[in-house]
Design a protein around this ligand. Structure first.
Ligand code: ADP
Length: 473
């Protein structure tokens, strides 16, 4: 098991140059709890330089033929594909997920650049009459700030950078302070193929986000992270009325109707809750099960949790890695402690005596709404299973959340499932699955789960300004 090395001294990408940070910072491997690499830590001035470089590069990049920009996305995709093992290894070391999952993340990152390269927003003619000709055009915005979290670090960069660049914006991207390495490495790998200043990458200790969100030359912020930080981003964007796309927290409910096929759905529910050790905005985070099948489904989920292999993601046997950072580990532990008082922990809990931030897939039963584990976003491998008897009543409980990212309905009766799905206040409702997020399908949150969507032409529009050209006849 190799856990000790990374690139010798990663650099940031500013104005086409690979540069060291004003300082360095430790990057911790969450499987050991120990630093294993150094990353650049930018100064506020370096972030300013990155914005300046993006601003200077913008006019020429926006004036490129769309085909040139499309080609750049494809070249970035090729570079990711050619370096997939190295990138996957970095993701496992800094983020913790098992290496095959990290390889999957790299593959989806590549796919996201490829899919984005196919998108188009052609001008539309709204009216062509004796009075006027009205055309609708989509223009780029300028400098886009891309701020990404630590759970799926590389995919998040692709989700935002690819559409932003495609339509002619330039970008300053900032990964999360605990997972900068894969993003920085991507910057090093593509430094030669991206025109200077078009894409800049800076890393901080989670302390310079507001330099970007408050910067007068940044026209749009595309942010994925917690709802609490999202509120700060939105407040900071208000001063200069920046455009924002916010992908924030979720507390996705799974609603299992009494006729669900448990053989089929139990393993799917399990993986939807515990993949990436529960650290996905749209993971299944609270499971409502009809009383007639409650004991049976709890038992099946517990059996799967008991045999799950938890540990260092570099170990080929491991299926579930650690929680990504110490702060999140402490938070999940405090939710677990509270759940032990107000519910029953069937199986799971903190891995005792092991290094790193390991928590086993944990099933909590006989717990209800109004408790922290059910009402808050746990963002970790602890699933509360809640009993219900009446669908109308449970829908009210599901919709009482401040969040509304995803949800799922599980049933053999697809007509009834669709009727129930329509009554859930969320950006996505899956039926007999959860977490099917794909770069061709729009994805976004209701309520405090965010503003706007990502992916497809719906998402692409958010990186543009509508311009009406209205010609007298
Ligand atoms: P968590 O709270 O789970 O650690 P965050 O939502 O705070 O995650 O982090 C997501 C991203 O937001 C990271 O890149 C982080 O550096 C950045 N960030 C943190 N605080 C701010 C802020 N005030 N403004 C802008 N970005 C921020």
């Amino acid at each position: 098991m190799e856990t000790t090395t990374a690139t010798p001294s990663p650099r940031m990408l500013i104005g086409g140059e690979l540069v060291a940070g004003a300082q360095t910072m430790d990057v911790v491997n969450p499987a050991t709890g120990q630093p294993f690499a150094k990353a650049p830590r930018a100064s506020a001035q370096q972030v300013e330089q990155a914005v300046m470089a993006a601003r200077q590069a913008y006019p020429a990049w926006a004036a490129q033929p769309a085909e040139e920009r499309r080609q750049l996305l494809l070249r970035i995709a090729d570079t990711i594909g050619a370096n997939k093992e190295e990138l996957a290894r970095l993701i496992t070391l800094e983020q913790g997920k098992p290496l095959p999952m990290a390889a999957f993340e790299v593959a989806i990152t590549e796919l996201t650049f490829r899919e984005a390269s196919k998108l188009e927003l052609p001008p539309e003619v709204l009216e062509d009459s004796t009075e006027r000709r009205v055309e609708l055009h989509r223009r780029p915005l300028g400098v886009v700030a891309v701020i990404t979290p630590w759970n799926v670090p590389l995919i998040m960069v692709a989700n935002k950078v690819a559409p932003a660049l495609l339509v002619g914006n330039t970008v300053v991207a900032k990964p999360a302070g605990t997972t900068p390495l894969a993003t920085l490495r991507l910057g090093e790998l593509i430094a030669q193929i991206v025109p200077a200043g078009v894409l800049n990458i800076v890393s901080d200790a989670n302390d310079l986000g507001d330099v970007l969100t408050g910067h007068p030359d940044v026209r749009k912020i595309s942010f994925t992270g917690s709802t609490a930080t999202g509120r700060r981003v939105m407040a900071s964007a208000a001063a200069s009325l920046k455009r924002i796309t916010l992908e924030l927290g979720g507390n996705d409910a799974g609603l299992v109707l009494e006729d669900a096929d448990l053989d089929d759905v139990a393993p799917k529910i399990f993986i939807s809750a515990f993949v990436n050790s529960g650290q996905i905005c749209a993971a299944l985070k609270r499971l409502y099960v009809h009383e007639s099948i409650y004991d049976e489904l709890v038992g099946r989920l517990a059996s799967m949790a008991e045999v799950a292999k938890v540990g260092d993601g570099m170990d080929p046997e491991v299926e579930f890695g650690p929680v990504q950072n110490a702060a999140q580990y402490e938070r999940v532990k405090s939710l677990l402690d509270d759940a032990a008082r107000v519910g029953t922990i069937v199986t799971g809990g903190v891995v005792q005596g092991a290094p790193g931030y390991l928590i086993r897939p944990t099933i909590v039963r006989d717990i209800s709404d109004g408790t922290r584990l059910v009402d808050e976003e746990q963002f970790g491998p602890v699933l509360p299973v809640i009993r219900y008897s009446d669908v109308d009543e449970v829908l009210a409980r599901i919709n009482a959340s401040i969040y509304g990212l995803g949800a799922s309905v599980w049933s053999r009766n697809l007509v009834r499932a669709a009727e129930v799905a329509a009554r859930i206040e969320s950006g996505t409702v899956w039926i007999n699955k959860h977490l099917d997020i794909h770069p061709t399908i729009p994805f976004g949150g209701a309520k405090s789960s965010g503003i706007g969507v990502e992916f497809s032409t719906e998402g692409l529009r958010e990186y543009t300004q509508l311009q009406v050209i209205n010609v007298a006849k």
